[in-house]
Design a protein around this ligand. Structure first.
Ligand code: NAD
Length: 480
């Protein structure tokens, strides 16, 4: 056997084995190679981590925000200095292409810097009182201990998206990475450990959802559960949170509609929608998941996008840096995509390109796929596919497209392609979504506010509004 790394949890400033000593294998989705063994933490490990975070919190909150921010910028510098290595770790365990992994690392470092920049901008309010001689002060205070539960699709960035606003506002945090992608989190943690963060401020416990995740989100001493992942897990977490009236921040799935109108720049729309459907191997919460194209350009759009999808190369991104796309994350993901495409075909969808599990020997690859003649009742038009599959429905006008787009459980992101400002603004007014992109697709900006309606979540992330999700208000009435 081998030089396979065995990682340890990070609790109270120390790397430690799990109490029960259980380990879980972590494998490369492109070739099944064993990458590492990581702790399968249980309720005892979670208990130790939450206790450490609780013990550290008051001291951390009493530390000036600008000093707290200094640790974040120090970590950002470490990430940039180790970007090559970190990108390799992400490629190996998650399967995204190297260029995107490098972008993820650099964006994560920038995000830490950005959130650190809020240190001198956290503002309370002075409010006019109804009483003579009284002062009303509204303070912004940390919530306490945050549980950060991460998905696997942008596993590295999500660490920062949760820990940076949590820490700069004076909370401490226990992070649980996805069981699919724990290595990058432990590599992040090794670097974070070198900047001298006070013990207990940042803790990491790895393990499965039903075990570690459940124990952490059911813990009575957690003040905020900040979760990114699927709708089903979000719902399970809300049930846990209900027992202790714990605040939740839920960033869940999406089913982003892309609306392409007759007057759109067609080449731009094709390029943007294709890129969005292919990036991260089709596994992004806010990529175009369904297209409504207006009748006048439907034929041309379908022809062009089928060509573009067909030209998309795929394979093991660790072995071949030229591929456009890597594998899906696991067998369950591949089975789900395959099942949805088969069911659409049976219901009358026309395969313009792709449509099958890809035959590349190993790894969970699905062919880049375009499905025409889709109808609203098909699963591919209703449920999150999370794979390189683009279902298309032809519509008569913007009103029909908006009605179809809004008839969804999800409400994360949406897009519209048009040369008309009126049409664009009508779409922005009427689409019931947290984000609308005009003449482009994802990604969102760190100074925006990434939030969904409906089953896409509760609360949001990024920018000022995302920062304040990690605070509570405290109003003082002071009679003089
Ligand atoms: P998932 O829900 O399967 O897992 C997410 C995390 O939850 C993992 O760490 C998992 O271990 C944990 N978990 C699972 N069951 C749990 C339980 N009962 N209690 C506590 N924790 C539990 O999601 P995933 O497959 O890792 O991620 C893909 C999903 O995430 C997609 O639906 C995608 O749209 C969504 N996502 C949303 C955003 C956003 O910003 N809205 C961003 C990225 C991903």
């Amino acid at each position: 056997m081998s030089d396979v790394t065995t990682y340890q949890n990070y609790i109270d400033g120390t790397f430690v084995e799990s109490v029960a000593g259980e380990l879980r294998d972590n494998r490369n989705p492109a070739n099944d190679a064993l990458l590492s063994r990581v702790p399968e933490s249980d309720a005892d490990d979670v208990q130790r981590a939450v206790e450490a975070a609780r013990a550290a919190q008051a001291g951390w909150a009493a530390t000036p925000a600008v000093e707290r921010a200094g640790y974040l910028t120090a970590i950002a510098d470490k990430l940039r200095a180790n970007a090559d290595h970190l990108a390799s770790v992400i490629v190996a365990e998650q399967g995204k292409v190297r260029a995107l992994a490098e972008t993820e690392v650099n964006f994560t470092a920038d995000y830490l810097d950005y959130m650190a920049g809020w240190a001198r901008r956290i503002e309370g309010e002075i409010i006019e009182s109804d009483r003579p001689g009284e002062h009303m002060f509204l303070f912004r205070k940390p919530l306490g201990v945050v549980a950060g539960i991460l998905p696997w699709n942008f596993p590295f960035f999500l660490i920062a998206r949760k820990m940076a606003p949590a820490l700069v506002t004076g909370n401490t945090i226990v992070v649980k990475p996805s069981e699919e992608t724990p290595n990058n989190c432990f590599e992040f943690t090794k670097l974070a450990d070198t900047v001298g963060l006070p013990k207990g401020v940042f803790n990491v416990v790895s393990g499965g959802g039903a075990s570690t995740g459940n124990a952490l989100t059911a813990h009575p001493d957690v003040d905020l559960i900040s979760f990114t992942g699927s709708v089903g897990t979000g719902s399970a977490i809300m049930h846990n949170a209900a027992d202790h009236i714990t605040k939740v921040n839920l960033e869940l799935g999406g089913k982003a509609p892309a609306i392409v109108l007759d007057d759109a720049d067609l080449d731009l729309a094709v390029q943007a929608i294709k890129d969005s459907r292919v990036i991260n191997n089709g596994q992004v919460c806010n990529c175009a998941e369904r297209v409504y194209v207006q009748r006048g350009v439907a034929e041309a759009f379908q022809e062009k996008i089928a060509k573009a999808m067909q030209a998309t190369s795929y394979g093991d991104p660790g072995a071949d840096s030229s591929v456009d796309m890597g594998p899906l994350i696991n067998q369950a993901g591949l089975d789900k995509v395959s099942r949805m495409v088969d069911s659409a075909k049976q219901a009358g969808a026309e395969v313009l390109t792709g449509g099958r599990v890809a035959d590349v020997g190993q790894g969970y690859h699905f062919e880049p796929t375009v499905l025409a003649a889709c109808t609203p009742d098909m699963d591919v038009m209703k449920d999150e596919i999370f794979g390189p599959v683009l279902p298309i429905q032809v519509v008569d006008d913007l009103d029909e497209a908006i009605a179809l787009a809004n008839n969804s459980d999800y409400g994360l992101t949406s897009s519209v392609y048009t040369a008309s400002l009126n049409q664009a603004l009508k779409a922005v007014r009427e689409l019931e979504y947290g984000e609308t992109y005009v003449n482009r697709e994802n990604f969102e900006a760190m100074q925006g506010f990434h939030a969904g309606t409906g089953k896409s979540g509760i609360g949001g992330a990024d920018g000022k509004h995302g920062l304040y999700e990690y605070t509570r208000t405290h109003v003082a009435y002071i009679q003089t």
